[in-house]
Design a protein around this ligand. Structure first.
Ligand SMILES: O=P(O)(O)OP(=O)(O)OP(=O)(O)OC[C@H]1O[C@@H](n2cnc3c(O)ncnc32)[C@H](O)[C@@H]1O
Ligand SMILES: [Mg+2]
Length: 477
C-alpha cells in the first residue's frame, strides 16, 4: 500500500520527494488540517501521525521542523513558524543580538504510522549551524538565515538558501543526524566477550568515545610525551570532563598545567587523536578526603573538542536526583587504564569490566560505604573483578536499551585493595550531582539529557526509515 506524506508545505514536500525518490518514487501527499499539539517534539509528531493515519486510513509519514537557537535554550523550536511569520529574517537575527552565541540547529522529527491504531515510529534528524543575516533567494522559510556547519564543525560558507538544492538535501536535518548531538552513543559497538581494571578484558578501539585519560607530563621528557596516567574521566560535553575530586584534591590550580587529557585513545601511551590541556578545575566544595563523600570534579578543557570526529563522543548524564539510581542488581560497566592487580602494573590497553550494582544492605557494601545516598557499591562479594588504582575518576556506565545509549551512573571513587573478596568498589552516585554539574556548567536544564536513539554519524535517516518499513511493517499491511 502506498505511503502518504501528510504536509501542507509544498517546499517540504519537494525536498522529501527528492530525498526519497529512490526508495519511494511515488510518494503521495495530502494536505490535511491536523491539530498541532503542545509538548516535546517527538510527542507532537507521533500524535500528528496517529491522527493522520486515522484520517487517511493507511500508512502515513509526517514531518515537523524546529529551528532551535542555542543561546535561547532551544527556542523558537516548535514555534519557529509563528516567529518567522511575525518577525521575519531580520527579526530572528535581532533576537540573538544580545548574545555572542549565534549557533543553532535545525531539527526535524519524522513519524511513520503504518495505519490506524498502529504505534508510530519516530526518527529525529539534526543539522548544526548558525544564524546569519539573510543571504540567498527567499523561497523557503528560514533557509536564508541558516548557515550549516561543514564536516569539521566549522561555519560553512553558504546558507541553505544559497546552496544548490541537491546539496541541501544531502546534508540537511531531513536526512542527517550527526553523532555530535547525541550523548552516550558508541558508534563502534563495545564487545562483551567475558574473558584490570581487574578481571576484565581489553576494550574495542573507539568503543568508549567519551573516555578520557588524565595524564601528568613527565618533567624529564619532552612535553609531547605520553606522560603518566593519573586518573580516568569522561567527557560530558565538548568542553568538560567529569572525574573524581580525590585525583586533584592535593593539587594547586597552578599545577594544573602539568596535566593533560588524552581523548579517543586506546593505549596508555597513546596521545592520539586528541591531547588537550586543562583550563580550570572545579572540585566539589564538600569533598571529604576521609569519607570520599562528594568525590566528584569537573575539568574544563583548554578548548572545545569536535564531535564531528566519530571517535570522540560524550556520555549521557543519568536521571536527575534519583537516590536509587543505579538500581541494585543492574549490570554496569567500568573502564580504565588502572592497575591490573592491586600492586601490579597498569593496563596498556583500555580495559573494561562488567560489575553488578550491589544493594547497600549487602553486608560488605554496608561496611565500606559511608553515605549510601551519594555513594554506591558495585562488584562481587567473592571478588575477582573490580576497578583499581588509576581507574579512579573513570565512569561506571549503565546501558539504556531503549535508546541504545550509555549513561554515567558512577564515578570510580575508592575501594580496599582491588577485587578482594568482601571489598566491593565504591562509586560516586552521579544522579545526585546532575544539578551540581549543570549549575557549574551554567546549564539551564535541571534534568539529565533526553536519550536520543543512536544512529551512526551522518546516518541517512530516511533510507533507514524506509528499509525498516519494508522489512517489518509493510508485510503486515
Ligand atoms: O504541514 P506541515 O508539514 O506541518 O508544514 P509546516 O509548514 O507547518 O512546516 P513545519 O511545521 O515543519 O515548519 C515550521 C516552519 O519552518 C519552516 N521550514 C520547515 N522546513 C524548512 C527548511 O528546510 N528550510 C527552511 N524553512 C523550513 C516552515 O516553512 C515553517 O515556517
Ligand atoms: Mg506544521
Amino acid at each position: 500500500m502506498a505511503v502518504t506524506f501528510v504536509t501542507g508545505n509544498k517546499n517540504k514536500l519537494l525536498e522529501v520527494q527528492a530525498i526519497l525518490a529512490d526508495v519511494l518514487p511515488n510518494l503521495r501527499s495530502e494536505a490535511l488540517d491536523l491539530p498541532e499539539y503542545q509538548g516535546e517534539p517527538e510527542y507532537i509528531s507521533k500524535e500528528k501521525a496517529k491522527i493522520a493515519a486515522e484520517r487517511v486510513q493507511g500508512p502515513v509519514l509526517v514531518e515537523d521542523t524546529f529551528l532551535c537557537f542555542k543561546a535561547l535554550h532551544g527556542l523558537p523550536g516548535p514555534y519557529i513558524k509563528w516567529f518567522l511569520d511575525k518577525l521575519g529574517h531580520d527579526g530572528l537575527n535581532k533576537l540573538l543580538a544580545a548574545y555572542e552565541d549565534k549557533t543553532a540547529y535545525a531539527q526535524c522529527v519524522f513519524s511513520f504510522c503504518a495505519g490506524p491504531s498502529s504505534e508510530p515510529i519516530t526518527f529525529v534528524g539534526r543539522c548544526l549551524g548558525r544564524i546569519v543575516p539573510a543571504r540567498g533567494p527567499n523561497s523557503f522559510g528560514w533557509d536564508p538565515i541558516f548557515q550549516p556547519d561543514d564536516e569539521q564543525g566549522q561555519p560553512g560558507k553558504e546558507t541553505f538558501a544559497e546552496m544548490d538544492k541537491t546539496i541541501k538535501n544531502k546534508i540537511s536535518h531531513r536526512i542527517c543526524i550527526s553523532s555530535s548531538t547525541q550523548c552516550g552513543c558508541s558508534l563502534v559497538k563495545p564487545i562483551f566477550n567475558e574473558a584490570k581494571i581487574v578481571g576484565g578484558f581489553a576494550a574495542r578501539n573507539n568503543s568508549w568515545p567519551w573516555i578520557v585519560s588524565i595524564r601528568r607530563s613527565k618533567s624529564d621528557s619532552s612535553s609531547s610525551g605520553p606522560g603518566s596516567v593519573l586518573c580516568g574521566g569522561s567527557l560530558i560535553n565538548e568542553k568538560y570532563v567529569l572525574t573524581a575530586a580525590h585525583c586533584f584534591s592535593n593539587m594547586k590550580d597552578s599545577q594544573l598545567s602539568n596535566y593533560f587529557a588524552v581523548i579517543g585513545a586506546i593505549y596508555s601511551n597513546d596521545t592520539n587523536p586528541i591531547r588537550v590541556g586543562f583550563k580550570s578545575m572545579i572540585l566539589h566544595e564538600n569533598y571529604n578526603g576521609n569519607t570520599y563523600e562528594n568525590d566528584i570534579a569537573l575539568l574544563e578543557l583548554n578548548y572545545s573538542v569536535s564531535f564531528s570526529d566519530s571517535r570522540i563522543g560524550f556520555i549521557c548524564l543519568p536521571p536527575n536526583n534519583q537516590v536509587t539510581y543505579p538500581y541494585s542488581g543492574m549490570n554496569a560497566t567500568a573502564i580504565g587504564w588502572g592497575r591490573l592487580q592491586s600492586s601490579g602494573s597498569s593496563a596498556y590497553t583500555l580495559q573494561q569490566v562488567q560489575l553488578p550494582i550491589l544493594p547497600y544492605t549487602d553486608q560488605y557494601c554496608y561496611d565500606t560505604v559511608y553515605n549510601d545516598g551519594i555513594q554506591f557499591c558495585a562488584g562481587y562479594d567473592q571478588g575477582g573483578k573490580d576497578t583499581c588504582q588509576g581507574d579512579s575518576g573513570g565512569p561506571l556506565m549503565t546501558h539504556d536499551a531503549n535508546s541504545d545509549t550509555w549513561l554515567i551512573a558512577g564515578v570510580t571513587s575508592y575501594g580496599q585493595g582491588c577485587a578482594l573478596p568482601e571489598h566491593p568498589g565504591v562509586y560516586t552516585r552521579v544522579s545526585m550531582y546532575v544539578n551540581w554539574i549543570n549549575s557549574r556548567l551554567n546549564g539551564t536544564t535541571n534534568g539529565s539529557q533526553e536519550l536520543v536513539k543512536c544512529v551512526s554519524n551522518k546516518f541517512l535517516l530516511l533510507s533507514w526509515l524506509i528499509s525498516l518499513c519494508f522489512s517489518n511493517i509493510f508485510i503486515h499491511i
